[in-house]
Design a protein around this ligand. Structure first.
Ligand SMILES: [Zn+2]
Length: 296
């Protein structure tokens, strides 16, 4: 079981009364720390990170009103990206919550509050919906935030972006977006690396045509070294490509006998991802009557 699968499983078992339910951190060391984007609602303070079972030092917490990501290059995407780049977060969790006040807010109510604080309508932007990033559905807002982060060029496609909802009353976690489903296939990553290396060899060889004063670059000692390096790298890439093709042949024959049918091309991965995001159900409003026990 991967990290977030284990988190949700432990959470559900704990709510069902299993006193031994919990996350075995040692089994998930390579998926920690995580960065979580949540609402700034203070009612989350006693819940997180406890309900996900991750210790505070492994839980990098980014907060804003409504856990909104407005743009793939906006300040929230930047904070999440820097948590990955500078603090080593391995997985991203967007955790929405039930009864979010940002979702309950209307423009007219907001204008009344602003007026009561002496803020005139004329001094505000035209589109208040966009300005305050108001939304109508907490689950849909989590889906949008995950999509924005997934499409952010600042965040590696190898980092899973998950969407969860937490119930403020019970602490129950529910999946909205399974980020493991949208990770690129291992083969796709390997192929991209191979193509980059091949381009490097091409660039090195093209550099041979330069002239330094009256002498060709390839006639200079450094030029000869570069040529040897390009030959060495090119030969190894040929070997890797041969191995790669042999692996592809094996996979194809296994697929033919029904052993493997996973997506292999970028298009197939994208289609599988979009299908998976389409079929992940948005849960109805949670109606647990059992109150969460306060911690001692
Ligand atoms: Zn909220």
């Amino acid at each position: 079981m991967r990290l977030v699968e284990a988190i949700v499983d432990a959470n559900h078992r704990a709510l069902a009364g299993d006193e031994k339910a919990g996350l075995r951190l040692a089994e998930h060391a390579d998926a920690l720390p995580v960065v979580a984007l949540t609402c700034s609602d203070a009612r989350l303070n006693p819940l997180l990170p406890e309900v996900v079972g991750i210790p505070e030092e492994q839980f990098l917490w980014v907060r804003n009103a409504g856990n909104v990501v407005s743009h793939p290059l906006g300040s929230t995407a930047r904070s999440v990206a820097l948590a990955c780049l500078l603090e080593g977060a391995r997985e991203i969790l967007v955790i929405g919550h039930t009864d979010c006040r940002v979702a309950r807010q209307t423009i007219s109510a907001l204008l009344e509050r602003l007026a009561a604080l002496g803020i005139a309508r004329e001094s505000l932007p035209e589109n208040l919906q966009e300005c305050f990033a108001l939304f109508g559905s907490e689950p849909q807002n989590v889906h949008t935030a995950c999509e924005m982060l997934r499409n952010s060029p600042l965040i590696s496609p190898r980092i899973p972006v998950h969407g969860l909802m937490v119930d403020l009353q019970t602490g129950r976690l529910d999946w909205l977006v399974n980020g493991y489903n949208t990770l690129p296939a291992v083969g796709e990553v390997a192929l991209a690396t191979l193509q980059t290396a091949r381009q490097t060899v091409t660039d090195m060889r093209e550099g041979m045509d330069y002239r330094v004063g009256s002498r060709a670059f390839s006639d200079l000692p450094v030029g000869q070294l570069v040529a040897e390096g390009a030959d060495w790298l090119g030969a190894r890439l040929n070997t890797i490509e041969e191995l790669w093709q042999a692996m592809q042949e094996t996979t194809r024959s296994e697929t033919a006998v029904g052993l493997s049918a996973g997506p292999s091309t970028h298009k197939e991965v994208s289609e599988a991802a979009s299908q998976s995001s389409r079929v992940i159900p948005v849960p109805p409003p949670l109606t647990f009557s059992k109150s969460r026990k306060p911690e001692p």
